[in-house]
Design a protein around this ligand. Structure first.
Ligand SMILES: [Zn+2]
Ligand SMILES: [Zn+2]
Length: 328
């Protein structure tokens, strides 16, 4: 199969021909139709996440068709369409796993990080962590739902049901999905983009944001919660200043630059700063049932698999509106 491979962090992906993978026990072999590019892929490529499996096929927002089932795999039949998310495996035995928090499992393995992902023509996945995909979505449209959607949804839940005025910092793939869910839930959305990013601000307004502007602009009114999707630690004190007493600031990325020191004043008043880590299968089931009902639509730019490096660089430069999706 053709694949784009990371040999060493901080080097470009290299086009390679690898042996076709064979599905092991409980796994399905999947023909990849689309794989979205997540900000986390950049952190893996840039060596900001420790101990990736090298050489590595990145990519954890995979949509494809089951080609074959390994021994004991019986959830899907050949020809069925599935999505493969970031969570590839969890132990099922530890305290986290036994209390519905498999997203925190110490032994968990992640797609496109510790196991090969979807920047390839084929992949294998543990069938228990795959999701069926609603037929109302095309492969390309569905791909960003698998991480931007799932983890965005988890972050939105952490904001709290009572958070009516919601700020979103970093208006990329996750934000453009979360904004639609938040609007559907009746929340008012304030979108903060890179200063001067008029395309992202325009997309935010199109998706129902009441206000869209640069992260350097003053907030029009106090927020009840803020979600930070940009990996920029400096946004944490900015968001804390923007939320009202009792408000929550949710850091939704897996990696962030250092958070600058800030006065206790802006945390006082029962404001909360928290992170969101990974996803549980329950998040996926809930979100993928909800998305077609809203319905969540995704804005995508497609790239042939061989041009994965270009997609990665466009995302890094903020030169994309919505999500980049690789098509083998
Ligand atoms: Zn566990
Ligand atoms: Zn991701």
């Amino acid at each position: 199969m053709k694949a784009m491979v990371l040999s060493q962090p901080n080097t470009p992906l290299v086009a390679a021909t690898l042996p076709d993978p064979a599905p092991g026990a409980g796994q399905v072999l999947i023909k990849v139709h689309a794989c979205a590019v997540c900000r986390t892929d950049l952190h893996v490529i840039d060596g900001e996440l420790p101990h990736p499996h090298l050489p590595l096929v990145p990519g954890h927002e995979i949509i494809g068709t089951v080609l074959a089932c390994g021994p004991g795999a019986e959830r899907y039949r050949p020809g069925e369409r599935v999505g493969v998310p970031w969570l590839a495996w969890s132990c099922g035995e530890c305290g986290y796993c036994r209390t519905g928090r498999e997203n925190l499992c110490d032994r968990a393995r992640y797609t496109g990080y510790q196991v090969h992902g979807g920047y390839a023509e084929l992949t294998v996945a543990d069938e228990r962590y795959c999701f069926p995909i609603d037929p109302s979505y095309s492969d390309v449209e569905a791909a960003p739902l698998m991480c931007a959607g799932l983890i965005g949804y988890r972050a939105l839940r952490m904001a709290g049901e009572g958070a009516e005025r919601l700020g979103i910092y970093g208006f990329g793939a996750a934000a453009h999905i979360v904004a639609q869910v938040a609007r559907w839930q009746g929340r008012t959305v304030f979108a903060f983009t890179r200063p001067g990013d008029r395309d992202a601000q325009e997309l935010a307004r199109t998706l129902g944001a009441a206000w869209a502007g640069g992260s350097d602009e003053p907030v029009p009114e106090p927020l009840d919660a803020a979600l930070i999707f940009a990996p920029v630690g400096g946004l944490v004190p900015l968001a804390l200043r923007a939320v009202a007493k009792g408000g929550t600031v949710v850091c939704a990325g897996i990696h962030m630059s250092d958070i600058p020191a800030f006065p206790y004043d802006i945390l006082w008043g029962e404001r909360v700063v928290r992170s969101v880590a990974n996803l549980t299968r329950r998040d996926g089931e809930e979100f993928l049932a909800l998305a077609p009902r809203i319905p969540v639509r995704t804005t995508t730019t497609t790239f042939p698999l061989a041009r994965a490096n270009e997609a990665v660089e466009r995302l890094r430069a903020g030169a994309l509106t919505g999500a980049a999706v690789l098509v083998p």
